[in-house]
Design a protein around this ligand. Structure first.
Ligand SMILES: NC(=O)c1ccc[n+]([C@@H]2O[C@H](COP(=O)([O-])OP(=O)(O)OC[C@H]3O[C@@H](n4cnc5c(N)ncnc54)[C@H](OP(=O)(O)O)[C@@H]3O)[C@@H](O)[C@H]2O)c1
Length: 251
């Protein structure tokens, strides 16, 4: 079976490549930049905005794990128009696996609205698919909020709740779905604990023996309210085992 990973330079894409190397699947990868660590893999340039390279990328593959995304720039062009264009070229595909995000109906962020629209687009297409939603990745939360102390302080929306999950566990879950075949929508995949960002900052300070202080800010608006209420979490779906603390220690 030949598996194409889109977004092969990304956070999830890289984890997928790391675990696919231990499988018997033939792996093909696509992104705009060539991933430096995977020179031995069959890489094809493609751009979801212009459509360039997509035909070549999907040629001769059976399964696609679509890890390409663009949350900040050209969002609609990548998430919806690019996906629509890609789907129109997939009559031969046995299984299209779409990673999505827990709680996107309830968080009024444009990127999340478009992820939901993308799920609908996929479900109305003729392509056999699986939608697998995950909570935020540990590394994503850390990079976004806890990587750059400001004058030895983490200035953070401390009351936001997160149930972050290890990207490698989710990547392995997606790879398991390749064999299982199209499921339409599988149960969501969440991390082992729900924590506030403040608690995560304290875990990081203790684990890394940092001197940083924590300074909470209260952000206005409906997006922030949704994160404070933990709409991106679900206590019933604790599938990942690696805690945020273990993730930091393993880095
Ligand atoms: N991050 C999280 O916490 C999280 C949690 C749950 C689910 N997810 C989902 O997991 C998936 C992957 O997320 P991620 O965090 O791994 O994303 P990421 O690190 O931002 O990676 C995005 C990938 O998309 C590619 N890309 C961007 N624009 C493109 C374009 N115009 N054409 C083709 N490729 C393009 C990028 O490669 P080039 O720039 O080289 O093209 C990169 O490889 C997404 O569907 C996301 O919604 C993420």
């Amino acid at each position: 079976m030949r598996v194409l990973v889109t977004g092969s330079t990304g956070y999830l894409g890289s984890a997928l490549l790391f675990h696919l190397k231990d499988t018997e699947y033939k792996v093909k990868i696509t992104s705009r930049k060539r991933p430096q660590d995977w020179q031995q893999l069959d890489w094809v340039y493609s751009d979801l905005v212009s459509g360039e390279g997509l035909e070549d990328a999907v040629k001769d593959v059976d399964v696609i794990i679509h890890a390409a995304t663009s949350p900040m720039k050209n969002i609609k062009k990548v998430e919806i128009e690019g996906l629509g264009n890609l789907l129109s070229k997939l009559q031969h595909i046995q299984h299209f696996i779409y990673p999505s995000i827990v709680g996107i109906e309830e968080i009024p962020w444009k990127y999340y609205h478009l992820k939901l629209e993308a799920e609908e687009l996929l479900s109305k297409s003729t392509v056999p698919y699986t939608i697998a939603r995950a909570t935020q990745f540990h590394g994503f939360v850390e990079n976004l909020l806890l990587s750059k102390p400001f004058f030895n302080r983490y200035v953070i929306p401390g009351r936001w709740k997160v149930q972050s999950v290890d990207v490698h566990e989710f990547a392995m879950h997606l790879i398991d779905l390749v064999d299982i075949g199209p499921q339409e929508r599988v149960e969501d995949y969440g991390g082992p604990e729900i924590m506030t960002i403040r608690e995560m900052a304290e875990v990081k300070i203790n684990t890394k023996k940092e001197e940083n202080l924590v300074f909470d800010v209260s952000l206005p608006g409906r997006i922030s309210k949704a994160f404070v209420e933990g709409k991106n979490t679900n206590i019933n779906i604790q599938k990942g085992k690696v805690t945020f603390e273990q993730f930091l220690r393993n880095k």
